[in-house]
Design a protein around this ligand. Structure first.
Ligand code: GRG
Length: 309
């Protein structure tokens, strides 16, 4: 099916259809990987299958759909990214990092199992991601598979999410020798562009690679992904201030307790909301060249800005 005969779908329907497909594909991928320990297998499933909006896979699928790629073709790259995201959450929740008991409304992996198992489950998902990307079913062209591997590695590693997480821990004043990122707007933006923005950027890049996007189309998606990355984090900061733990599915109020600078602290609640509105407009504009094919991605920008969990 091409984008031309793709049936119109509302964003909630498209998100839920994608989330179901992602859960089924993750379940199969973990089973195929055959972890030798049943406990490890169950912990990996707990980390990967306990709910979640599946926003990053949705962005992969919809970015690829801009180029007429059906969901099934984009799904392997989409679940590879979700494996990395789920690993990062399992590790972030550990006592050595955020020390959280609740994630996606369920006990965190180390609470449901133990710390060593949670670390290994995260490691298992991280490596599974790259195994999936290496498989020919991900893309028939080896050059595209290598580009996907390189893009995800850069996004997840020391120059991306892991680097951002390190800056975030430094912002709490944990390391005497590591320096602290400046507690101003530029410092917070840089930290967040790495910690959470990098995987969102990879999501759109992966879809563009699978869709064989031309450089100008790649650039438009890159702009969109940067803008929604910023919106995602501002919305997250607002949830930390105003959200309800039951609805959010995790503890709230942790940023101010840790004394961290956030967008909301620097802009104020009204300023943060105004910035979100501006960013939603910018995200729409970035994809204007794709016409109605980009409607779901444009609506996703508003969803990200207004999300309640
Ligand atoms: C431990 C290597 C390592 C990295 C951790 C992403 C991250 C870095 C930590 C997550 C902590 C956190 C709550 C960050 C705020 C933004 C964020 C990633 C929220 C969770 O993402 P959603 O809202 O979650 O997409 P779901 O559950 O819907 O998948």
């Amino acid at each position: 099916m091409t984008e031309i005969d793709r049936p119109a779908e509302t964003l909630p329907d498209a998100l839920s259809r994608c989330a179901d497909a992602v859960a089924a594909a993750l379940e199969q991928a973990i089973a195929r990987a055959q972890p030798v320990s049943d406990r490890l297998s169950r912990a990996m499933r707990h980390a990967a299958l306990a709910g979640g909006k599946r926003l990053r896979p949705f962005l992969v699928v919809e970015s690829a759909a801009l180029f007429g790629v059906p969901m099934e073709r984009a799904l392997p790259a989409a679940i590879a990214l979700e494996c990395v995201h789920c690993y990062s959450l399992a590790h972030d929740d550990l006592p050595a990092m955020d020390d959280d008991d609740l994630r996606r409304g369920q006990p965190t992996v180390h609470r449901a199992y133990d710390e060593a198992t949670a670390i290994l489950a995260g490691d298992g998902l991280l490596t599974l991601a790259f195994e999936i990307l290496a498989e020919p079913t991900t893309d028939p062209d080896p050059a595209v598979r290598i580009a996907l591997v390189a893009s995800l590695a850069r996004a997840a590693g020391g120059e991306g999410m892991v680097g951002g997480q390190m800056l975030d821990l430094a912002a709490e004043g944990r390391f005497a020798d590591a320096g602290r990122p400046a507690p101003d707007l530029a410092g917070v933006a840089r930290l967040q562009e790495l910690k959470t923005g990098a995987l969102l950027r990879h999501a759109c890049e992966a879809g563009a690679l699978i869709g064989r996007a031309a450089p100008p189309e790649m650039a438009q998606l890159n702009t969109y992904s940067r803008v929604i990355g910023r919106a995602f984090q501002i919305a997250d900061d607002l949830l930390d201030v105003e959200g309800d733990a039951a609805a959010v599915g995790k503890a709230v109020g942790k940023d101010s307790a840790a004394g961290k600078a956030t967008f909301v602290e620097l802009l104020g609640v009204a300023g943060a909301r105004a910035e979100l509105d501006r960013l939603v407009g910018e995200a729409h504009a970035a994809l204007a060249g794709f016409g109605t094919r980009a409607t779901l991605l444009q609506e996703a920008a508003r969803f990200i800005a207004e999300r309640r969990n």
